[in-house]
Design a protein around this ligand. Structure first.
Ligand code: AMP
Ligand code: MG
Length: 343
């Protein structure tokens, strides 16, 4: 290349670099999961740093295993026997969401299941199948309706233990989205384990493409792609965490009525919507309710701004009407696609 060619090359590089959107990316481990955070635009570095701080703060408040967390303090109230009213704003926001979604789902979402989850070892990884009596005793301490509303705040009676595992990552995505928007960011992709929060559209204005995992496929195979703008995409399913004993598979999503792992007709539930907290809570609760229960719930709450992708054990993938344009099924995954019109 002659001198002139090199100069043109340099100019082209500068132009391309100038056109490419600024971005900052970090991978962190928080809230028991690997998180991949990408923020675009001016202020991307500050934005991603602020998100990391916020996520670490949420983990510090919400962890069930860290002895310095707010949730630990609520779950270990000491001998006084008095109800604890958590001061932390995030804990109060989650309590409020947990009670609202507990009511709406007929108790399928229950943020007080921790004593039961602990018996199965899902909190520590030391898995075991509990006996009937200990299960019944633990179930006696659960029930979202035990949480007491005092004005705007919630109190947790002694003996009731919180676990926001079904809500916390969706909530985290939602509050980080809000924080980024307030700081002037217009485009970001926050992958918080199985919870994806998109902010705005991609920097080029096109929608984000979010892969949904095939719950029956080999590790990480894709079932299809959702195209979304400024939405949360949250997936729940027993395939995400389980153990096997004597040839039986026990999944981490529990039926609050029995205290046992859900053995319904679904492999996974994906919820797409404006609120990450709602999507996360519903992904867990609708997995408990099963295919018909989930579709009934969607039909009854059309004004809640969420859509569903339900993968069932009979080889069906059902999407609700609002995803008809925004989901493409991979033919190789081998599922039959159904569209729920909602009429
Ligand atoms: P997710 O991954 O959002 O579906 O949440 C699952 C986690 O929430 C589990 O690992 C438990 O910690 C907790 N959990 C399990 N079953 C329930 C339930 N029915 N309601 C609320 N939390 C649950
Ligand atoms: Mg959830």
């Amino acid at each position: 290349m002659g001198k002139r060619g090199a100069a043109w090359g340099l100019l082209l590089c500068l132009l391309l670099a100038g056109c490419a959107p600024k971005s900052a990316r970090r991978t962190i481990f928080a809230m028991d999961t690997v998180m991949d955070l990408t923020v675009y635009g001016a202020g991307a570095e500050e934005g991603v740093a602020a998100v990391e701080v916020r996520l670490n703060g949420l983990e510090a408040a919400l962890s069930v295993t860290r002895q310095d967390s707010e949730v630990w303090a609520v779950n270990h109230p000491g001998e006084s026997g008095e109800a604890v009213t958590p001061a932390d704003e995030d804990v109060q926001a989650l309590l409020s969401a947990a009670v609202a979604l507990g009511e709406a789902t007929g108790g399928a979402l229950d943020a007080t299941l921790y004593p039961v989850a602990r018996l199965w070892g899902f909190t520590t990884g030391e898995y075991r199948v509990p006996g009937e009596e200990e299960l019944a005793a633990a179930l006696g301490r659960t029930g979202y309706e035990k949480l007491q509303a005092h004005g705007d705040a919630f109190a947790v009676p002694a003996g009731v233990e919180l676990d926001f595992g079904a809500l916390a990552k969706g909530y985290a995505g939602e509050v980080c989205r809000q924080m980024l928007l307030e700081a002037g960011a217009t485009s970001a992709l926050l992958v918080l384990g199985g919870n994806v929060q998109t902010v705005g559209a991609k920097p080029d204005g096109s929608p984000w493409r979010v892969e949904v995992q095939d719950p029956a496929g080999e590790s990480g195979e894709s079932l299809g792609v959702l195209t979304v703008t400024d939405r949360a995409v949250v997936t729940s399913g027993s395939y995400q965490r389980y153990f096997e004993e004597d040839g039986v598979r026990y999944g981490h999503i529990l039926d609050p009525q029995t205290g046992r792992p859900v053995e319904g007709d679904l492999l996974s539930v994906t919820v797409v919507g404006a609120s990450g907290t709602l999507c996360d809570g519903l992904s867990t609760a609708l997995f408990v309710l099963g295919r018909e229960g989930a579709l009934d719930f969607w039909r009854a709450h059309r004004d809640w701004d969420f859509e569903l992708l339900l993968v069932d054990k009979d080889g069906g993938a059902t999407i609700t009407a609002g995803l008809a344009e925004g989901f493409s099924l991979k033919a190789q995954a081998g599922y039959t696609l159904y569209v729920e019109a909602g009429e």
